[in-house]
Design a binder for this molecule. Structure first.
Ligand code: TRP
Ligand code: SF4
Length: 400
């Protein structure tokens, strides 16, 4: 009943690297061609953990946007904005907090995990507990139904779905809902009314999901129903009231296969990254000094790619032929490790060349980036406001 809309955010806590590119940004670039997309800088989320180091956030916001643009995120296709420039996220977060059981937040698995992991910080704060709820507000305020995130974020999306259902359940019932819904059914015409009622019963009494799907498509095909009636009938179908907010689905991003220079996951905290816009000489140097299979002490010692982080880079970057060449050459000591690394350096530099190219313009003229974000924020504020009107009304706050 709501149109497809993709939303995702990223916290500005450090510069982006090839792990982000392969894990997230490439995906965004694909999605922007298929869906309406909103991508935003989650600066408030960054403050939940970095409240005592605002300079980190300030420094990284604009760099991160340039990284997105460099990677091919296209402001003419996607809307790019900054969370804190759309204050309605905070309003919705606060309103949702009224009906969010504390226990739900305490049970989100990332809450205790992160608290235990990030011991150098005091995360027993209200803001950190509220992290998933702020994320729910980010998503629900745009009625986004598709949220591309990594596996680590899946509990937050599940949490958002629960908040959404609870909200619709509490506030979705307008006065006289049942009567209005029954009147709307009549407007379908006698044949369709009958079918709608049958499908509704099958779903509500037998939990028949296919009946639900069939009834939903029946409603989607109706052109003579107004939006309000259509919404009511969607709500009535599932037994609830009017659907004010839209339940999002996770678009699970494949686990990033991008290894770091040492074979562990590429991550700033392991100090094993190649940054997105890293200088070519530095890239070559980093790859040339990557550790290899320790058994290959001399050029004449055969090695085993399975024990070598360089091989994992081949898995990401090389075609079959190159991979065979590396396998064979390594196991038979026919190539040296520097030979093995050469095609990788070439591929990485080729991948980065267009990124440097795109970034140059923005680095030289920061007002371009400011303008892209200003446009995106304006658009986001408008979209957010549409939902907020319904929410304020539902919560008894639309006095004039
Ligand atoms: N929590 C997300 C992360 O750390 C960032 C984020 C904030 C987000 N709000 C969001 C992602 C809304 C998707 C949708 O990666
Ligand atoms: Fe690793 Fe390649 Fe050297 Fe083998 S030849 S140890 S795969 S770098």
């Amino acid at each position: 009943m709501f149109a497809d809309r993709v939303l995702s955010g990223m916290r500005p806590t450090g510069s982006l690297h090839l792990g982000h590119y392969h894990g997230v940004l490439k995906n965004w670039v694909d999605l922007q061609q298929q869906y309406e997309c909103l991508f935003f800088v989650a600066d408030w989320h960054a403050l939940t953990t970095h409240y005592d180091s605002p300079e980190i956030i300030e420094k990284n916001v604009w760099d991160m946007v340039i990284d997105w643009l460099a990677a091919g995120v296209d402001p003419s296709q996607a809307t790019l904005f900054i969370q804190s420039k759309v204050p309605a996220h905070a309003e919705l977060y606060m309103l949702l907090s009224m009906m969010t059981p504390l226990g739900w937040l305490e049970r989100v698995p990332t809450y205790k995990d992160q608290q235990e992991k990030l011991t150098e910080k005091d995360l027993s704060t209200h803001g950190f507990l509220g992290y998933p709820l702020l994320q729910s507000a980010d998503i629900l305020i745009y009625r986004a139904n598709r949220v591309p995130v990594g596996e680590d974020q899946a509990p937050h999306i599940e949490f958002t779905r629960e908040i959404c259902r609870r909200f619709n359940h509490i506030y979705g019932r307008e006065i006289g809902f049942k009567e209005k819904a029954e009147a709307a059914i009549k407007k379908l015409g006698s044949k369709r009314s009958k079918l709608y009622n049958e499908l509704k019963t099958r779903f509500q009494e037998q939990g028949d999901e296919s009946a639900l799907a069939e009834a939903q498509s029946l409603l989607n095909e109706q052109q003579n129903l107004n939006m309000g009636d259509q919404e009511r009938l969607f709500g009535y179908l599932e037994g609830g009231g009017k659907m004010i907010l839209c339940e999002p689905d996770t678009l699970l991003t494949e686990a990033a296969r991008m290894p770091g220079l040492d074979g562990q996951k590429m991550s700033k905290s392991y100090n094993n990254t190649i940054s997105l816009r890293e200088d070519p000489d530095s890239v070559s140097k980093k790859v040339r000094t990557m550790p290899t299979d320790p058994a290959r002490v001399r050029r004449t010692d055969p090695g085993d790619p399975a024990k070598c982080p360089v091989w994992q880079f081949h898995m990401v970057y090389s075609d079959e032929k190159t991979k065979e060449w590396a396998q064979h050459g390594c196991k038979n000591a026919e190539i040296g490790c520097l030979d093995c690394k050469a095609p990788l350096i070439e591929r990485i530099l080729a991948e980065q060349a267009p990124m440097h190219e795109r970034a140059r313009m923005y680095e030289e003229d920061p007002t371009l980036v400011r303008n892209i974000i200003a446009d995106g924020c304006e658009k986001a504020n408008q979209l957010a406001e549409e939902t907020m009107r319904d929410i304020r009304e539902a919560m008894g706050l639309s006095y004039s």
